[in-house]
Design a protein around this ligand. Structure first.
Ligand code: ZN
Length: 464
């Protein structure tokens, strides 16, 4: 059904104006000061957006849905994750393919794509996690890039002995990325230092979730960013530091950018909203707030916001990783290193960013769109996403900037059993959300039908 979005205030990464948007056949086909509904096909649905912001659909560049961890799996599937995303205003996400250490890359691609294909309500892509890099893997990785439109890699400098990549392989992979025009995203923490510090703390009887942060302090992350930047500089590869959490790491990134290293920076919403005291709560409550890099001292928040405003940081994602408090997080009851990592926020990201960033004046509306949508679309080659322009996909969020509501596990769409922002009041809500011209959320509720309408977005490598 064609859509006319009328009388909205249209806000993109670089514009802010009033106008009407007409969508037909999954695309935006007209944007004008005023479009007369009488001139349109009779089945056109008119959405009144007066008093509302009209944003391009938001893009989350960092989510986990199908996520094995020590014999268990994260709680969402693509049906619930994409439902949560859409209700929160996110219309495209990039999930990480997280292969087992000995799994062939093509087999992993097929496994992850198989989970998303008939389940996702929204469009999606994948970062290809690289944990094995022998001749067979190299050949398959090239094929995945070429034949399946996967234009980004993911590596871990952290998680020693499980997922971490050796320096030899990091150098070779970045060289391959440069050759293929593929950007490499990286979890930047020094794996060796973390492993040693974890063992030291555990041997001292320090086993609770409050010891997670001290086992991987800010220097461990700053060293990781420095390490990635060094290898990017030596190979000429384009790289992207995921979930950058603190001033020390931002400073390393800024210095690398200043000397011409092609390094992009992501931060994720928990690091703007929460701090290490959340992980220090008694009765193991702190386990809800265990993620890596860990929640930091609040003093880092101003630096993270300033980095968004200045452009040092390009994107705000979530690192959505939904493990239940009961039955999963408590696997680490006696040993914080066994707590599954993650603070789910795929639905909450946009309203938290709006409440904590825009409403407080820390970032303006154009920056908001840029960091939550446009930059991710551009960096990762998601054609048709991240903008409101004629020819773009009709992924649109009609946003009520004054609507107040309370975040809670009782009302969220994710299947995880807790909400890290339980009871928080936020201002702003995605009122109407469209995915390629189809209304998928109304009045903040999900109205999509059969799962599987979401598509794998094929991406072209652009990072030569
Ligand atoms: Zn992640």
């Amino acid at each position: 059904m064609p859509l006319l979005i009328k009388n909205g205030r249209i806000i993109t990464a670089d514009a802010d104006y009033h106008g009407d948007i007409y969508c037909a056949g999954e695309k935006i086909t007209r944007i004008e000061d005023s479009i007369d509904p009488g001139s349109l096909p009779s089945d056109t649905e008119v959405i009144n957006a007066s008093g509302r912001y009209v944003f391009p659909g938001f893009v989350d560049p960092h989510v986990h849905v199908h996520l094995p961890f020590m014999g268990t799996f994260a709680k969402d599937d693509h049906e619930s994750a994409s439902r949560a995303a859409i209700v929160g205003g996110t219309t495209t996400y990039i999930e990480m393919i997280c292969p087992a250490p000995d799994q062939e890359p093509m087999d992993a691609f097929n496994e992850w794509q198989g989970k998303a294909k008939d389940q996702s309500h929204c469009d999606y892509s994948f970062h290809l996690g690289v944990v094995r890099f022998d001749d067979l893997a190299r050949e398959q990785i090239r094929r995945i890039v070429r034949d399946h439109g996967i234009a980004s890699f993911k590596v871990f400098l952290a998680y020693k002995g499980a997922l971490d990549i050796s320096d030899e392989n990091l150098f070779d992979l970045l060289s391959m990325g440069k050759e293929l025009g593929v950007i490499t995203t990286a979890h930047c923490e020094n794996a060796t230092a973390i492993a040693a510090m974890q063992q030291k703390l555990l041997s001292e009887g320090k086993t609770g979730p409050e010891w997670h942060e001290p086992s991987r302090p800010v220097r461990v992350e700053a060293e990781g960013v420095h390490h990635l930047a060094t290898f990017a500089e030596l190979t000429g590869a384009h790289v992207y530091a995921v979930h950058t959490s603190c001033a020390a790491a931002i400073e390393e990134a800024r210095a690398a950018q200043a000397r011409g290293v092609k390094l992009w920076v992501e931060s994720v919403i928990p690091h703007f909203a929460l701090d290490h005291t959340h992980a220090e709560q008694v009765n193991f409550e702190g386990a809800k707030y265990v993620m890596s890099p860990p929640l930091r001292d609040r003093a880092n928040h101003d630096v993270l916001w300033a980095a968004l405003a200045s452009g040092v940081t390009s994107t705000v994602g979530t690192d959505h990783a939904p493990f239940d408090f009961n039955g999963q997080k408590d696997m680490g009851k006696d040993d914080f290193t066994l707590i599954p990592n993650g603070i789910p926020s795929i639905q909450e990201r946009i309203d938290l960013l709006h409440t904590l960033g825009v409403k407080t004046g820390r970032i303006d509306l154009n920056t908001f769109v840029r960091v939550a949508s446009t930059n991710a679309a551009q960096i990762f080659g998601l054609k048709g996403k991240g903008t409101i322009s004629v020819g773009a996909d009709a992924d649109i969020v009609v946003y009520d900037p004054e609507h107040k509501h309370t975040l809670s596990a009782k009302t969220h769409q994710s299947q995880v059993d807790y909400n890290g922002f339980e009871g928080w009041e936020v201002t702003g809500r995605a009122e109407t959300v469209t995915v390629r011209g189809k209304v998928m959320a109304r009045d903040g509720g999900f109205v999509g039908d059969e799962p599987g309408r979401g598509r794998l977005i094929q991406r072209e490598p652009t990072h030569f």
